[in-house]
Design a protein around this ligand. Structure first.
Ligand code: GUN
Length: 291
């Protein structure tokens, strides 16, 4: 069994990016600049955004964190987005999701300048991805593809089951893995909450991507020997024995699944760090595109 080490792989990618930034600086060129907007006080979201900003510092990017209160109106957020669109110093930016319920997420994502949309969430960029045109790939699926590619996990002709059809993970994951590309050429099934006989599907799968948000959902009895497991889930479970009062659980019951797996991502230290590395890669590309 091989652990797909996202922490190490993301560190490798960040080192590659830091090297590029050094070259840019030596040539007197502009340093890539990422901005992140967060609305409200969700603890997990704040942690993720904090990690993204910290990663920028690590590779030598400029970064701007914009923290807005929960009561921010949709109009105020749209005005902030317009400001970021028009700010030449900013190469790319993200609006951390989820947004408070009174804000229309679709309206917000549509307002982001597609050339600065380093999350790859704008409908234009989703369309470009589906058409295999150059674009910003959404960071989490992009990170999974990169991990599969760097570990040379065979995907061509393999049966892949993606559990979850979210716009930011499951759906793009299924599109990318079915495409003719590195870590692609697979036969993909998208399973979700209405899927009948999920276990029948997962038992036949060569690769399972679990992006459901239900802690320890996939158990050992649901997978075949030699399966590759990609665990995108990350849930905080109360655990009074821990210093911060919680532990992180993936969507995979690691203890029962890992012994049957050929390759498996851990949680934490699997897909999560890859997401951040690919966001940086997209920001580097945004800077290059604008130069
Ligand atoms: N919320 C969960 N994942 C993501 C992500 O990749 N980008 C943004 N903006 N919000 C998220």
């Amino acid at each position: 069994m091989t652990i797909l080490d996202g922490k190490k792989t993301s560190a490798d990618i960040k080192a590659e990016i830091a090297e590029k930034v050094k070259e840019l600086k030596a040539q007197g060129k502009k340093t890539p600049h990422l901005a992140a907007v967060i609305v409200g006080n969700d603890g997990a979201s704040k942690t993720y955004v904090g990690a993204k900003v910290k990663a920028c510092e690590l590779v030598g990017f400029d970064s701007t964190l914009i923290e807005l209160p929960t009561e921010t109106t949709e109009a105020e957020l749209l005005a902030k987005i317009e400001e970021l669109n028009n700010n030449d110093a900013i190469d790319g930016y993200i609006v951390q999701l989820p947004l408070p319920k009174h804000i229309d997420e679709h309206k917000v994502l549509l307002a982001v300048d597609a050339t600065k949309d380093v999350d790859g969430f704008h409908p234009t960029n989703v369309g470009r991805m589906a058409l295999e045109l150059p674009t910003f790939l959404p960071a989490t699926p992009y990170g999974v593809m990169e991990l599969l590619e760097r570990y040379k996990v065979p995907t061509s002709g393999k049966n892949v089951v993606v559990i979850g059809r979210s716009h930011i993970v499951g759906r793009p994951m299924s599109i990318l893995m079915s495409q003719k590309r590195a870590a692609g050429d697979a036969t993909v099934t998208v399973a979700h909450s209405r899927t009948a006989n999920l276990k029948e599907l997962t038992l036949k799968a060569d690769i399972i991507v679990v992006a459901l948000g239900v802690a320890e959902f996939l158990t050992g009895d649901m997978v075949k020997e030699g399966v590759t497991i990609i665990d995108v889930g990350i849930t905080r479970l109360d655990d009074p024995s821990k210093k911060n009062g919680f532990r992180l659980a993936g969507d995979v019951h690691f203890e029962s699944v890992a012994p049957k797996a050929a390759f498996i991502t851990p949680v934490p230290g699997g897909v999560g760090p890859m997401t951040i590395a690919m966001l940086l890669k997209n920001t580097l590309l945004a800077g290059e595109n604008r130069a």
